[in-house]
Write a protein of this length. Structure first.
Lengths: 113, 109
């Protein structure tokens, strides 16, 4: 069973640019969540999508947005990049267990110069 | 507000030296407590889910336990390949997952 796939794995952007990251969840999983991970802040929740609808949203500015397609694949977009957006962006799909454990992809490492 | 703290921040062990990692939490109604392992530059790898106080789960050299306020990850006779950051997370009935800062474990040969 294939795991969560994220692309691209690494990318470098400059301030003011925008970036789009992609995530394909585990087959059959309908919930996809996005997290930002930095050394200082740890794992911070961005948003969760379920069946193409945003179900939860973390405390991030509107520059961070996402969407989910009918095949459960998801994208997140960050506009007007700032230096502080440099981070590992992780996508997770939620299992069917009663507590809904998360299965993470390898992440997209974004560097903003 | 749901919160998770982990201690110690970092831990160095000799190969074979058993120890425990702590995860303390506050949550309004626990749906699950989760342990993950994360290697540098990679995504967290799911280890365990614990649902209620008194529950225990084991996997190879790892054993996770849960009380009403904290969880422990016991590592028995660790090997260098157990070196990683171990993350604890909770999910309450408010839906969102809250992650702790992690414990960075180094096992020296």
């Amino acid at each position: 069973k294939a795991g969560v796939t994220q692309t691209p794995r690494y990318l470098i952007k400059t301030r003011g640019q925008q970036v789009t990251l992609s995530c394909s969840p585990i087959s059959g999983h309908r919930s996809v969540s996005w997290y930002q991970q930095t050394p200082g802040q740890g794992l911070q929740f961005l948003f969760e999508y379920f069946s193409e609808t945003q179900r939860n949203k973390g405390n991030f500015p509107g520059r961070f947005s996402g969407r989910q397609f009918s095949n459960s694949r998801s994208e997140m977009n960050v506009s007007t990049l700032e230096l502080g957006d440099s981070a590992l962006y992780l996508c997770a799909s939620m299992g069917q267990d009663r507590a809904g454990e998360l299965f993470f992809g390898e992440g997209s490492r974004l560097t903003v110069l | 507000e749901d919160q998770v703290t982990q201690s110690p921040e970092a831990l160095r062990l000799q190969e074979g030296e058993s120890s425990s990692l702590n995860c303390s939490y506050t949550v309004s109604g626990l749906r699950g407590l989760f342990w993950y392992r994360q290697d540098p530059g990679k995504g967290p790898e799911f280890l365990f889910t614990l649902y209620s106080a008194g529950e225990e789960k084991e996997k190879e050299r790892l054993k996770a336990t849960l009380t009403k306020k904290e969880s422990f990850l016991h590592i028995t006779a660790p090997k260098p390949e157990d070196s990683a950051t171990y993350l604890c997370a909770v999910r309450g009935y408010g839906q969102n997952f809250v992650f702790g800062p992690g414990t960075r474990l180094s096992v020296l040969p």
